[in-house]
Ligand binder design. Structure first.
Ligand code: GLN
Length: 487
């Protein structure tokens, strides 16, 4: 049975098709594996009964020769996606009793394709954070902490999603990425994840953080598994006005191309930042060499406004968050602190219901949107965002994709980054692509001196996930990364 955990999602799919494994066997194996990793604190809500019920339905379709794309594949869902009849908390006290009566479009697409839901996994509160420590339900532990004598962060905000896949307790998980929340945790946990182009996946039914940046994406071990997951998750949705009316290409086919002749890969010099460890620089150089050996042309490029991306993000994201989070007032749903008058009901519900990082974002966001400061901060940030978008457009006249490190460091110890600014620095390489709405993928590509995973990031042109998958699959091939053997 342990062999299941060495298989990729695509290999399990093949075994199910050939009746070498049954959907119930697979689901039971992952339920058991999930029970064994309780100490990692991955799940907010575990739904094994639901998984078994779904697996049975999958098997009956497979038996009739009517198996769908993801029939019998156990998937964990970030607790930011609304799931009908299943507690959805955004890892916040303010939603600790919220049971949606509707299903998000992305998760609905997964269930329609036969995927099996294992449960809802932890994240930073309202997806605000880079370490999973802002969750009301406590931090998640990175499975790579095993044998290291300390507890490491899985990254965030999709820390539960990355940890559950890395510890072999799910074949795939959904994540969301506003400024790096898929890419940074997958880099820290030694797995793979893609933030698609803004608009590729519907945001409908995903608890909003910063609406002009939020995107859903898959977290898996392999690049091809991500390609299959994303092809199911994507698609136009009339319920989301920012959803793009674009065809979903055959992402899986892009992963099979191993000649990189005629592909131009840009290396942006501004991503070489002060204080970056030499092991990350070396890995980046190695990645470029791997691609070059396969025929790609490596070109030095410049994205001159990169330095302004983080400050811009930390004006725009909190501004949108302060507006999105205004709905949690204790009146309609969620946690309520009863008081005699309405103003006190609002203020005490929000003071008790939101954690400190979320409150910080609401305060900053409200400030930068206020009449006196709007021009100085919010409008200015929008202008700088345009300069950042233009940088990318310019560069993409010369190259097809960009290659950068995913994070400036490997996973750090839980509790070691107390200062919010140093926490924000985690996303220095991921935020620019978010501001420009570009597809970007992190592939586990090497190990630090401390034997912790490191990721490389491939950034593509808008709606050109195909080239991103192609380059990522080639990096993966060369890196031959050894996944954690957790079971
Ligand atoms: N770490 C970033 C933040 O705290 C990004 C989070 C995300 O992508 N959801 O805002």
């Amino acid at each position: 049975m342990n062999e299941i955990f060495n298989l990729s999602l695509l290999e399990v799919k093949e075994a199910l098709k050939k009746h070498d494994l049954s959907a119930l066997e697979v689901t039971n194996a992952f339920i058991e594996a999930s029970e064994k990793i309780k100490k990692l604190n991955v799940y907010n809500t575990f739904t094994p009964e639901k998984a078994i019920e779904m697996a049975k339905l999958s098997q009956s379709r497979i038996d009739k020769g009517q198996g769908k794309l993801l029939d019998g594949i156990p998937v964990a869902v970030k607790d930011l996606f609304c799931t009908e009849g299943v507690l959805t908390t955004a890892s916040s006290k303010i939603l600790n009793n919220f049971i949606p009566n509707y299903e998000s479009t992305v998760t609905n697409n997964l269930w329609e394709a036969g995927a099996v839901m294992l449960g809802k996994v932890s994240c930073d509160e309202f997806a605000m954070g880079s370490s999973n420590e802002t969750s009301y339900f406590g931090n998640v532990i990175n499975p790579w902490s095993k044998g290291k004598g300390k507890k490491l962060t899985p990254g965030g905000s999709s820390g539960g999603s990355a940890a559950v896949v890395a510890s072999n307790a799910a074949l795939a998980a959904t994540g969301t990425d506003t400024g790096g929340s898929i890419r940074q945790p997958v880099a820290f946990c030694g797995v793979t994840g893609i933030k698609p182009t803004y608009g590729r996946c519907s945001r409908w039914g995903i608890i909003a953080f910063a609406s002009s940046l939020d995107q859903a994406g898959p977290i898996t071990k392999t690049v091809s598994d991500s390609a299959l997951m994303l092809s199911v998750m994507s698609g136009y949705d009339q319920k989301d006005s920012t959803s793009a009316n674009e065809e979903t290409p055959d992402f899986l086919a892009s992963c099979m191309e191993n000649s990189l002749n005629n592909v131009k890969v840009g290396i942006p010099k501004e991503y070489q930042i002060n204080g970056m460890s030499s092991e990350i620089i070396k890995l980046w150089e190695k990645g470029a060499k791997w691609l070059q050996d396969r025929g790609a042309q490596i070109i030095d490029v410049s994205l001159p406004h990169t330095n302004y991306a983080l400050p811009t993000y930390y004006v725009i994201a909190p501004a949108e968050a302060s507006s999105n989070l205004a709905r949690y007032d204790g009146v309609r749903y969620g946690f309520r602190k009863s008081k005699d008058n309405l103003d006190e009901l609002y203020s005490s519900t929000r003071a008790e219901g939101f954690g400190s990082e979320v409150q910080r974002r609401i305060l900053i966001g409200t400030y930068v949107l206020s009449a006196g400061y709007y021009d100085a901060y919010y409008r200015k940030a929008q202008k700088v965002r345009n300069l950042i978008i233009n940088d990318f457009s310019e560069v993409f006249n010369k190259v097809d994709v960009l290659l950068t490190p995913t994070t400036p460091t490997a996973a750090f110890e839980l509790g070691s980054q107390q200062d919010p600014i140093s926490m924000y620095m985690n996303d220095v390489f991921t935020v620019p692509a978010s501001l420009a709405g570009l597809p970007a993928m992190s592939v586990p590509s090497g190990m630090s001196q401390e034997a912790l995973p490191l990721g490389l990031q491939v950034i593509g042109k808008p709606f050109d996930e195909e080239n991103v998958f192609k380059i990522a699959a080639n990096l993966e091939d060369e890196a031959k990364f050894s996944f954690l053997n957790y079971n």
